[in-house]
Design a protein around this ligand. Structure first.
Ligand SMILES: Nc1ncnc2c1ncn2[C@@H]1O[C@H](COP(=O)(O)OP(=O)(O)OP(=O)(O)O)[C@@H](O)[C@H]1O
Ligand SMILES: [Mg+2]
Length: 857
């Protein structure tokens, strides 16, 4: 490769990059995204960076502008040279990565697992020598690679790895690099811009002309160079009027197009061939040129004009040259180029690229090519390339000659786009499918997908009636799909927050109740459908037995991660079944982590975090929430429900009793307490019965109150719901104090205060403290204690390490590198004042003992 050209200006940027290298050399991972408009100097800075990195092993990947979406192509480029180390990865990660790269066949690996594999591979490689990864033109990477590299970037911390991306602005959507540290590049300053301009202009330049060029190019280096080169001395001397309108890159591209236009026909066609091949494979170019009967020697002219370079691979001087060559060509010439490239591509070694070129070589419909694309789609999906599969299918639709076939392929493509989260493309394909002819089932499926999009885009009240209509239509066509759609409609109703309210909810539920369930004995999905529908039509008491039965059946199955678990999680919460809730949540998190199921983990984490909150284990909850946030900021909204919202929708009576009692609305309070008692009876769980006893106690007096408080505390002590227990004690203590039984009051208030304080529930702790003071006991505020505070992540890592997990195991569980685990652990040791893992158990317990001692003292 040519030596990097001299870099003008960019002193701040070079310093930042130098620091980044120093950091990663010292074992602190560094991640940076260079962003800026075309030609601003991102690639130049990356070249500077790799030139400044002696001692680093350098890995590269470059995105290429092309409609062709080949799954994991970018990641493969980056990791290709490291694949010798695959063997040292944990088995599921190795398998995931191998399948993604097409090295092995197997079930479509979860994106998460592939990401984890990539992270481990980089970390493993960096063990030997610091690793610098540069990823240029990130905006053109395939979706799968971009998402994974973003994921890796968010997780590096203590590995000797520097990961630097370059991406054009404005950022596309979805922006997989969102949230990573950024460095925005603006134009060069006056001095460097002048110096750069001087390298391409010979002879003196009129000062006003120079000033004008710098102003009009806003210091964009590419624009400076191109204008400086292409203007004749006369133009330079006389000044020129660049039209101020239009964006700079487009104008530069136009200039390249004009220069290409000056080449002889044959050379131009060669450049077009090179531009149509996203790989830059010069042997392929040569073969394709032969197919077209072009004399490869004419390429010399293009090379001499400095527009591209043909060595082992073909390199355009700048991506804008490539886009100029492709875009300025006539459609017919472009097709001819793709045709030649398809003919020159080995159908066995590279069937997908060949299919893609063939697809672009075809002007009209072509069943054979369409079928080839669908084969490629299936292959892409097997490797986990959801977006790529969708792209192949979408293209196949346009090429399918038979209208009925086209419609059904459009439906399949719509499903693929929906799975890839591209709702706009889904809508367009549904329109294409509807043009038909489509059979009745197909039409009903279109209807269902439209409803699902509405649900995915807004969890509001629009979706349930749409899902309902789709379910009804499906009833006679596909009973299983109909049932599933009914269930989705019910879940959508619950989301819309209209539980047992509003005509829609009732309508949906009534219709779902009348849906044929199939023959007895019913499976748990059918029981669930019946129970949920009953819940909405006849209320809690009527539905509880059916729901309990369904939940029991479900729990008897091996845990699974499918959309059914969304509904059963709801049921467990609704039944006040804290054991089931905890068990389902913990199973789901374990399962999702173990097989790296990206789509479910955020949801499972939410669900588990919520029960930890209710159990007063706030630091565990916080650690889970943190993990969830870091999985992928971009995925959650599109995929799954948000538990706290759900919970809020299901709840409502809870706080009501206490608020009403305090607000002197005894009638309302009594009504709410009665409802809660009904629920408790139907649910039968200690949690529900304890909460009901407490709310009745709030309304009672004398012995009755005392008995009820006792019952509440008794029952709640048997549950995980420590916050509820503490609140029962607090209410009881308050009541006792009002009865002037100070000593008894203290016996309740003290544990309540302790519980709230160690949970970190400040408001309630303060209330308990004031009550205790009123009984004459002195209590220090917990904030004064010397309790050792760990961050949520440290807390989680410390507990896992205490439980005997190794660093790689913890890393695999939390999706971070083993060194990053070690880095956190060292901080934990320092905070807890211990020197090894052996001290962890004692120190973690001591932390609480010490604070207890502080309280007593
Ligand atoms: N600071 C600089 N000093 C000297 N030359 C520079 C500087 N920055 C950029 N250049 C030159 O300007 C041209 C355009 O820069 P570069 O290719 O790095 O832009 P880019 O931001 O990568 O654009 P794109 O988004 O299109 O890839 C290159 O020829 C590069 O060598
Ligand atoms: Mg560039």
């Amino acid at each position: 490769m040519n030596p990097p050209p001299q870099l003008f200006g960019r002193t701040d940027e070079s310093e930042i990059l130098g620091q980044l290298l120093a950091d990663s050399r010292n074992g602190r991972s560094a991640v940076l995204v260079l962003r800026g408009e075309p030609g601003i100097g991102k690639t130049a800075l990356l070249r500077y960076l790799t030139g400044e990195a002696p001692g680093f092993r350098v890995a590269r990947a470059v995105g290429v502008e092309s409609e062709m979406e080949l799954p994991f192509a970018g990641l493969h480029q980056l990791c290709g040279p490291m694949l010798g180390r695959l063997g040292s990865l944990a088995e599921p990660q190795r398998r995931g990565l191998s399948v993604a790269f097409g090295l092995a066949s197997g079930d479509s690996p979860d994106r998460f697992l592939v990401a984890l594999g990539a992270l481990s591979l980089l970390a493993e490689t960096a063990e030997e020598q610091p690793l610098l990864c540069v990823v240029d033109d990130t905006q053109w990477l395939d979706q799968a690679s971009a998402q994974i590299l973003g994921f890796v970037g968010r997780r590096l911390l203590a590995e000797p790895i520097a990961l630097v991306f370059a991406a054009r602005t404005p950022a596309g959507s979805p922006d997989h690099l969102a949230g990573l540290p950024e460095l925005r590049l603006d134009g060069l300053g006056q001095g460097p811009a002048r110096a750069l301009l001087a390298t391409v202009t010979s002879g003196p330049l009129d000062e006003s002309v120079r000033a004008r060029i710098i102003e009009e190019t806003r210091g964009n280096p590419l624009a400076l160079l191109e204008l400086g080169r292409s203007l004749s001395p006369a133009e330079l001397a006389g000044g020129f009027a660049l039209p101020d309108t239009g964006d700079l890159p487009a104008r530069i591209e136009d200039r390249y197009a004009a220069r290409l236009g000056e080449l002889p026909e044959e050379a131009r066609r060669l450049v077009l061939l090179a531009a149509a091949d996203p790989v830059g494979d010069s042997a392929l170019l040569l073969r394709a040129a032969q197919v077209q009967g072009l004399d490869i020697r004419t390429a010399r002219l293009a090379v001499e004009s400095g527009l591209l370079d043909i060595g082992a691979s073909v390199r355009f001087r700048h991506p804008l040259v490539r886009s100029a060559a492709y875009r300025s060509a006539a459609a017919e010439d472009r097709r001819a180029a793709h045709d030649a490239l398809a003919a020159a591509t080995d159908p066995r070694a590279d069937p997908d690229r060949r299919a893609w070129h063939r697809a672009h070589a075809t002007a009209g419909a072509d069943e054979e090519v369409a079928r080839e694309l669908i084969t490629s789609a299936t292959r892409a999906l097997r490797r986990g390339g959801v977006a790529a599969a969708a792209a192949f299918r979408e293209r196949a639709v346009a090429l399918t000659p038979d209208p009925a076939e086209r419609a059904s392929r459009a439906l399949a493509a719509a499903e693929a786009k929906f799975a890839a989260g591209d709702f706009e493309a889904t809508q367009a394909l549904l329109v294409a499918a509807e043009i038909g002819p489509l059979d009745e089932l197909g039409q009903a499926q279109v209807q269902r997908m439209r409803a699902q999009i509405v649900f995915a885009l807004s969890r509001g009240s629009d979706a349930p009636p749409l899902l309902l209509r789709a379910a009804q239509r499906l009833e006679t066509l596909d009973a299983g799909l109909a049932r599933q759609t009914y269930l989705e409609a019910l879940v959508a109703v619950i989301y819309a927050g209209r539980l047992a309210r509003g005509p829609d909810a009732r309508q949906v539920a009534l219709a779902a109740r009348s849906a044929p369930l199939g023959s007895e004995p019913l499976g748990h999905p059918q029981m669930l459908l019946r129970g949920l529908a009953l819940r909405l039509t006849d209320g809690y008491l009527a539905a509880a037995p059916a729901l309990k039965q369904a939940l029991d059946r479900y729990r008897a199955q091996p845990p699974g991660l499918d959309w059914l678990c969304v509904s059963f999680n709801l049921v467990a919460m609704d039944l006040w079944d804290d054991e089931a809730w905890f068990e389902l949540a913990a199973d789901q998190v374990r399962l999702a982590r173990a097989n790296g199921t990206l789509s479910w983990l955020p949801f499972a984490l939410d669900y588990l975090a919520e029960i930890h909150i209710q159990a007063g284990e706030l630091s565990q909850a916080a650690a889970l929430m943190l993990e969830r946030e870091r999985i992928d900021p971009g995925t959650r909204a599109a995929t799954l429900p948000y538990v706290p919202l759900l919970l809020a929708a299901w709840r409502g009576e809870y706080e009501l009793v206490e608020a009403a009692v305090r607000g002197d609305q005894r009638e309302r309070a009594r009504a709410a307490a009665d409802r809660l008692s009904g629920i408790a009876e139907a649910s039968g769980s200690s949690w529900a019965r304890g909460a009901a006893a407490r709310s009745r106690a709030l309304l009672a007096s004398g012995h009755a109150a005392e008995d009820l408080y006792g019952e509440a505390i008794d029952l709640l002590s048997k549950t995980r719901m420590a916050t509820h227990l503490a609140r029962a004690r607090l209410s009881y203590g308050e009541w006792l104090r009002r009865e002037s039984r100070r000593v008894d009051a203290r016996d309740q208030l003290r544990p309540a205060f302790d519980a709230f304080a160690s949970m970190g529930v400040q408001a309630f702790a303060e209330r308990a403290r004031r009550e205790l003071q009123a009984t004459g006991e002195k209590v220090r505020r917990r904030g004064d204690d010397a309790r050792v505070e760990l961050t949520p992540q440290e807390e989680e890592i410390a507990h896992l390490a205490r439980d005997g997990r190794t660093n790689p195991e913890i890393g695999a569980q939390l999706f971070i590198g083993a060194r990053t685990v070690e880095w956190h652990l060292r901080k934990v040791f320092a905070k807890l004042d211990i020197s090894s893992r052996r001290g962890l158990d004692e120190a973690l317990r001591h932390r609480y003992r010490r604070s207890e001692a502080a309280r007593r003292g």
